[in-house]
Design a protein around this ligand. Structure first.
Ligand SMILES: *Cc1c(COP(=O)(O)O)cnc(C)c1O
Length: 465
């Protein structure tokens, strides 16, 4: 026992240890973090000393001290908000942050953001500028709109349009378009919130132009169209086209506003995807004010983009809510870069992950699957790995009912507890999110970035023993 007491004295002094052996780490992690980790490790050894039998065991503990502290420091850098590998095949996975951004534009944007920027500074005049000026002209060029700007998200954009145009007056909307987007966002609630008087016309399945016409009064501020982007009604239905609605509204000199939801800029039907109304379709039909999301099929940052006739866009811009919903400089930087890619549609499709994933053809998906199967070669022989056909989804309430035929890799083993493996994969530093189907693991190749294949394979090989 006497011996043991002297063992405690062999433990290094915290301050001296830090000063002599961890000066680089102090530089990298800060002194307080290093002190915490060193203290923790020394306390741990102090607690095990009563259970040690020989001096050699103590020496081993002291030898490992250094590497244990380094590991603890590295782990202290682990963050709650992480990059994850999405193998679910859902491209716009709202829980996984919707649209992943092109690396090169994030890098370019970040370089600006570590310094000061001309966010609201007009370099020509040397006076105050507008944060929207960085992308307005480009959006107008691409979409043909007269004016454009952006707020925090499309939910905000819709509330803003209704408030700016309709406060204290009437907005007419079809009962077939009184939809819920998810996350408690319901069009009728937002209308009430905006302070407009909600005038509902038609029925769930049928609304005619005459329904709108009969509801028009002196106090009508606007007609609202909502793109029913997350569901489909089939059968005995009738709705009014944009064109008809615009013609009616123009007769009475009132504006038409549209919540377009996803807001595609490119007609993707030539890639075998169902034709969605584009922002340009809506503007070309004469809709006065259109709003859409930045992080759905556009493939950019979270934002609500408002485009249309200058008169109405300006009215929205001037509304007091705009200040409360304004986009920050991160969004401004990324939005400008995303729209710059849209100046050439084939460029946009190859560079914007959402669009490349959406349009990936079977050949490319098969190639990825073959590569991935080869990378899984080291798995124990009772694991059955094979390429399968599966179905991906656009997600995020976009392209409802549209399934995208895809290629996946399925891993099976009668002794595997798929659910348990799944939760272990979620605990990784870079978690892997996949589907569990019929007791097997399924990875849809569509949403995996090529450079993630290696990392996903390594995670699986570490977990499947
Ligand atoms: C998704 C969606 C919204 C909400 O957009 P956010 O950018 O998520 O706020 C509003 N309206 C429609 C029709 C949508 O599809």
């Amino acid at each position: 026992m006497e011996n043991r007491n002297s063992w405690y004295r062999r433990l290094p002094k915290v301050d001296i240890l830090i000063d002599t052996e961890f000066s680089d780490e102090v530089e990298q992690y800060g002194k307080s973090m290093v002190t915490v980790c060193v203290n923790q490790e020394i306390s741990r050894i102090r607690e095990v000393i009563p259970h040690l039998h020989t001096e050699a065991e103590l020496m081993q503990q002291l030898q490992d001290l250094h590497s244990h502290i380094k590991t603890a420091l590295a782990e202290s850098q682990s963050r709650h908000f992480r990059r994850v590998i999405n193998a679910t095949g859902v491209i716009l996975h709202t829980n996984l942050g919707r649209a992943p951004l092109p690396e090169e534009i994030v890098t370019r944007a970040m370089q600006k953001l570590t310094g000061y920027t001309n966010l609201e500074y007009n370099l020509q005049s040397g006076e105050r500028g507008e944060r929207y000026a960085h992308f307005e002209e480009m959006i107008c060029q691409i979409t043909g709109a007269e004016a454009a700007f952006a707020v925090n998200n499309n939910a905000a954009a819709v509330l803003l349009m209704m408030s700016a145009l309709g406060q204290g007056r009437e907005i007419i909307v079809s009962r077939g378009e009184q939809i819920e987007i998810g996350g408690k966002f319901r069009i009728p609630d937002i209308m009430d919130q905006s302070g407009c008087h909600r005038v509902e016309v038609g029925t769930t399945n049928k609304t005619r132009l005459s329904d709108y016409e009969e509801a028009l009064t002196e106090n009508t501020a606007a007609l609202l169209k909502v793109h029913t982007s997350n569901f489909r009604i089939e059968g005995f239905t009738e709705n009014v086209s944009r064109q008809e609605l615009v013609t009616l509204a123009q007769q009475y000199q009132i504006p038409v506003m549209e919540d377009l939801g996803s807001g595609v800029l490119i007609d993707l039907s030539r890639y075998g995807i169902k034709r969605e109304p584009t922002v340009m379709d809506s503007l070309a039909a004469g809709v006065d004010l259109v709003s859409f999301s930045g992080d759905k099929l556009l493939g950019g940052p979270q934002a609500g983009i408002i485009v249309g006739k200058r008169k109405w866009v300006d009215l929205c811009k001037k509304h007091p809510l705009t200040r409360a919903m304004r986009v920050d400089k991160f969004t401004v930087a990324i939005l400008e870069e995303i729209f710059a890619l849209y100046q050439d549609f084939s460029f946009a499709i190859s560079k914007i992950p959402v669009l490349s994933m959406l349009t990936a053809d079977e050949k490319a998906l098969r190639k990825k699957a073959d590569r991935f199967c080869a990378q899984l070669a080291g798995l124990p022989s009772d694991y059955h790995v094979r390429t399968v056909v599966c179905e991906s989804a656009a997600g995020g309430g976009s392209l409802p009912g549209e399934v995208l035929p895809s290629v996946g890799v399925r891993i099976e083993n009668a002794r595997m507890q798929a659910g348990e493996v799944q939760s272990k994969l979620h605990q990784a530093e870079e978690p892997l999110i996949l589907r569990v189907e019929n007791q097997g693991l399924l990875l849809d190749m569509r949403t995996l970035f090529p450079e993630e294949l290696d990392r996903a394979a390594k995670l699986l090989k570490d977990q499947l023993k």
